[in-house]
Design a protein around this ligand. Structure first.
Ligand code: 5GP
Length: 187
């Protein structure tokens, strides 16, 4: 298999598309610390379950969880992805469901990015079917301009431009998840 990820100091190239640095690992870590402090305050005395949305949210979830002081648990589910595309297909379905029983639990859905909002709308409805005691949403990135659906997002780390991003768990056709910083497509 030929490598498709080329990292340079000022850019990365994935499948011949160039991305420039956008959010550094330090900026991400600092923001996660603040969001974790908010969650600590809001859920003081409770044991929430963090529900990570695979694959993109796994790194964000790992860092968010370690930044929390309150006790918490974790589970994952998986939705259909963009595949090799950079725009949403407009259809969402579940590929892996939750293992945990979340009835009566305080749930925090942990998503890498909200774009059109279709995935988040689907997830919030799906989680409510299990009758959690409360449902909150933690999102690393929000492309506010692209979101067509009115959504309640409790914890948003960054509102970003409406361009495709990679790194810190987010991929382009499965490539780039391992990048420690976030990069944005050169427009
Ligand atoms: P939505 O349903 O809000 O349109 O899209 C949500 C999902 O699309 C995210 O969980 C993520 O998998 C993918 N996605 C949306 N925008 C981007 C982006 O800029 N970069 C990457 N890598 N994935 C994205």
């Amino acid at each position: 298999m030929q490598p498709t990820l080329v990292s340079k100091p000022d850019s990365v190239v994935i499948n011949n598309e160039r991305f420039r640095p956008y959010l550094t690992r330090d900026a991400i870590a600092a923001r996660i610390k603040d969001v974790a402090a908010e969650i600590d305050r809001d859920l003081d005395g409770k044991v929430p379950i963090l529900v990570g949305v695979l694959n993109g949210a796994f790194i964000f979830l790992a860092d968010l969880m370690r930044a929390l002081s309150i006790e918490c648990e974790v589970d994952f589910l998986k939705l259909s992805s963009y595949g090799a595309a950079k725009i949403s297909s407009g259809r969402v379905h579940e590929l892996k469901s939750l293992d945990a029983d979340i009835e009566g639990r305080h749930v925090i859905l942990v998503e890498d990015i909200v774009d059109t909002g279709l995935s988040m709308e689907f997830l919030q409805k799906k989680m409510q079917e299990f009758k959690p005691a409360s449902l909150r949403t933690a999102v690393l990135l929000h492309k506010k301009e692209a979101t067509r659906i009115p959504l309640e997002l409790d914890y948003v780390c960054f509102e970003i431009d409406n361009l495709f991003v990679v790194g810190y768990g987010l991929d382009f056709a499965q490539v780039g998840r391992q990048l420690a910083d976030i990069y944005i497509l050169e427009g």
